[in-house]
Every structure is written in structure tokens, then in C-alpha cells.
Design a protein around this ligand. Structure first.
Ligand SMILES: C[S@@+](CC[C@H](N)C(=O)[O-])C[C@H]1O[C@@H](n2cnc3c(N)ncnc32)[C@H](O)[C@@H]1O
Length: 244
């Protein structure tokens, strides 16, 4: 509704407004998803793998599903070292907020989290949220998924770690101040912000420099300690108000 309202004020015809709204939603969300999503089949696959008691089988099922969202598909080749490397700088984490999560909660088996940890995942697709809620029921954690438009608001309960992976450039296509507002309202001891190292079309020229510049403008004057990690298709900043 909000994307449509933004388009309506431009005064174009009804048909053009609908087209522009669809294009914008595709650009910020739909473009990352494959057309053939099989949530109920995937849930059966996960349940079966879970019942087998074989951790590798469960992780393999997660991997196969993550291929259907570009952001997680690109993370797969280095997933085993991704959290291991980053989490080695952090004290034990008890709660996570995954903002504009996409399929990233399926990477939880790689995070090495303690049992009972609180994990809240938010995104805009209700079918994805329903799927993630059923997936969380299979894990030994307190997981919850909620449909949330993070441009409108974000959950403000205190968390140990907030994940904002490859999302800020997306949100800022709808609202230039989205990233600033999230950082203003977030109650997190640690924040992971990442950017894609190349575009959906595969281009990388100048992108990293642009995003690095945007990131430094975003955090300017906030007093964060920052640590950077480079992965083949993604670069990640760990932010903290305490030394890391
Ligand atoms: C580039 S993907 C990143 C997904 C995930 N964070 C990851 O790195 O694997 C951007 C995600 O933002 C979500 N998104 C876009 N606009 C949003 C909004 N206003 N509120 C919540 N999520 C949004 C999309 O549905 C998509 O899953």
C-alpha cells in the first residue's frame, strides 16, 4: 500500500501507477525469489530430514531450499566459514533479530547457536513467514517469524545481535532514510550490516566503493566500533558500541 501511495502522488494514470508499483515491489523483493516456490514440499523435506536425526541431511535440505533466493544462494559457497569467522569476535549470543530475512533463517544450523536462543525473523512475504514459522518449530531454539514492513517500523525490543544482510540498498530504493531510521530505532548490542559485492546482473564495477561510501555516511557520528569482513560476493560490517 505504501509503495502504491508513493506512486499515486506522482499523478500518473491508474494503469501506469499499477505498473510502477509492481516494478518497485519486484525490484526490492520479488527479483530475489525464483518463480517456482514450493513451501509445502520444502516443509515436508525438512520434517523428514529432522525425523531422520541426521544433522547433515537437515543441513542439506536447508541448502537446497536456500538456492531459491538469490541472497542465500550467493552465500552458500562460503556459508560454512561465514558465521564461524564473524561469531568468533562476539561473546555468546542469546537473541537475534533478522531484518528483511529472506531465506537467511535457513542458515541457523551453521550459526552454532546455543539451544533456546531467541530468534525473530521479519520480511514482507506472508507465505515465506508462514513457512519460516513452521521451520522454527523444528529447531531447538525459540524462533518466531513475523510479516513486517521495516520501512514503516522495526521491532524495538533489546537484542544481542541484529542482522541486516544485503538489505539496506534495497530498502533505500523505496525510502532514502530507511537505513538511518533502522539504526535510530534498533536496540542491539551488535549489528551485522552487509552489502552485495556485485549486482543481481553480476556487475561489480564501482559497486563496492559506492556501498562503502554509503555505509560510512550511514554510521557517521554514531560512535560504533567497526570490523569489516570480506567474502567473495558480500562484504560485512560488524558494529558495536563496545570494543570488538
Ligand atoms: C536482498 S534480500 C536480502 C535477504 C536476506 N537478508 C539475506 O541476506 O539473505 C532483501 C530482502 O528484503 C526484503 N524486503 C524488501 N523490502 C522490505 C520491507 N519494506 N520490509 C521488510 N523486508 C523487506 C525482501 O523480501 C528480501 O527478502
Amino acid at each position: 500500500m505504501r509503495v502504491a501511495q508513493n506512486e499515486l502522488v506522482k499523478g500518473s494514470s491508474f494503469k501506469e501507477t499499477v505498473k510502477a508499483t509492481k516494478n518497485k515491489l519486484h525490484q526490492v523483493a520479488g527479483a530475489f525469489l525464483q518463480n517456482d516456490l514450493h513451501y509445502s514440499g520444502w516443509l515436508e523435506l525438512l520434517k523428514k530430514a529432522n525425523q531422520s536425526g541426521d544433522k547433515d541431511e537437515f543441513m542439506q535440505a536447508c541448502r537446497s531450499i536456500m538456492r531459491f533466493h538469490t541472497s542465500t544462494r550467493e552465500r552458500l559457497p562460503f556459508l560454512s566459514g561465514f558465521y564461524e569467522h564473524i561469531f568468533s569476535s562476539l561473546p555468546p549470543i542469546q537473541s537475534i533479530l533478522d531484518i528483511a530475512c529472506g531465506f537467511n533463517p535457513l542458515t541457523i544450523p551453521w550459526m552454532g547457536l546455543p539451544m533456546g536462543i531467541h530468534y525473530l525473523a521479519i520480511d514482507i512475504f506472508q507465505d515465506l513467514i508462514d513457512f519460516l514459522s513452521a521451520y522454527f518449530a523444528l529447531l531447538p531454539i525459540e524462533g518466531q517469524a513475523k510479516a513486517f514492513d521495516v520501512i514503516e517500523s522495526i521491532p524495538t525490543h533489546p537484542v544481542d545481535l541484529a542482522l541486516i544482510l544485503k538489505t539496506i540498498p534495497c530498502l533505500e530504493q523505496v525510502d532514502k532514510l530507511a537505513g538511518v531510521r533502522i539504526l535510530d530505532n534498533l536496540q542491539a548490542k551488535y549489528i551485522l550490516i552487509s552489502y552485495p559485492a556485485r549486482s543481481l546482473g553480476g556487475r561489480s564495477k564501482g559497486m563496492q566503493n559506492n556501498y562503502q561510501e554509503q555505509f560510512h555516511i550511514l554510521i557517521d557520528g554514531r560512535g560504533y566500533q567497526v570490523k569489516k569482513y570480506d567474502f567473495p560476493t558480500e562484504f560485512v560490517y560488524l558494529l558495536s558500541t563496545e570494543s570488538i
